[in-house]
Design a protein around this ligand. Sequence first.
Ligand code: SAH
Length: 249
Amino acid sequence: MTIEKPELPEMRELWQQTLGWQPDSNGQHQFQQLYEKILYSNRQFNLTRITEPREFWEKHLWDSLRGLVPLGLAEMAVQKQPLTVIDVGTGAGFPGIPVAITLAAYRVTLVDSTRKKIAFLKTVLTKLGIDNATTLTARAEQLGRQQSNRESYDIALLRAVGSASACAEYALPLLKTGGVAILYRGYWNDEETQVLEAAVEKLGGAISSIEAFTTPLSHSVRHCIYLQKLSRTPAEFPRAVGIPAKEPL
Ligand code: SAH
C-alpha cells in the first residue's frame, strides 16, 4: 500500500503579510515532516481532526505562531538568548512544536498529562531533529508545586486546555516574575475578562493585553490573552490536581 503524502502549502507571502516573518527552508521542511507524522499517527492515536493541508497550516501552524506576534516573533526567531517556554496541555504538540521549530535559541518544554501523547511527541522530536524541546508527562498542578519547575519559565503557552481561570492557575506558578502567559482562545467577551482578572490577581499577575484577530484563510475568530506575572504566586496555588478545573478561581 502506498501512503499518500499531501503537501503543506508554503504561504510565504501570507506568513510575511500577517506575521512579519516566514519559515526558512529548514523550518518549512520540519513543518512538512510534522504534518506527515501527525497524519500517519492519527490512524493510531486520534491526535487531531484537522488534517487537510490548508486547514493544518492555518489552525495548527499559523495559529500557534500568531500568539507570539505581540511579543516580537521576527526578533525572537533570530534572538540568541536561551529563554524558556512551557507549553501546558500540548496535546499533539501545539503550540509548542511550531514554536520550538521557529525559536531555535529558546528551550521549549512540552507538557501533557496523557502518556501516549508524550510518547508520540518524543518520536516527533527525534524524527524532526528538534533538539531544543523536551517533554514531561505530568499534570500542570503537580509541576507548579515542584521546585524544579515553579517560578522557572519566561513564557507559558496554553491552547484549548480549559477555562481561562484554570489556565491561569496552571500557568502563573510556573512563570518567573516578569514572565508572560499566553492563553489561546476562540471567542471572548468582557464578562470573561472580569472573571479572569479576579483570578489572575490572586495568582500574582495581571492581564496585560487582549488581542482579537481572525485567521487568514477561514476568517475564524480568535483571541489571545496575555498575562504578566508581577509577583511570586502565593504558596497555596496551584491547588490540588483537578481543583482548578472543577472550582475555577
Ligand atoms: N494544546 C493542544 C491540545 C489541546 S487538548 C492544541 O491546542 O491542539 C488539551 C490537552 O491538555 C489534552 O491533551 C490534555 O491531556 C491536556 N491537559 C488537560 N488538563 C491538563 C493538566 N491539568 N495538566 C496537563 N495536561 C493537561
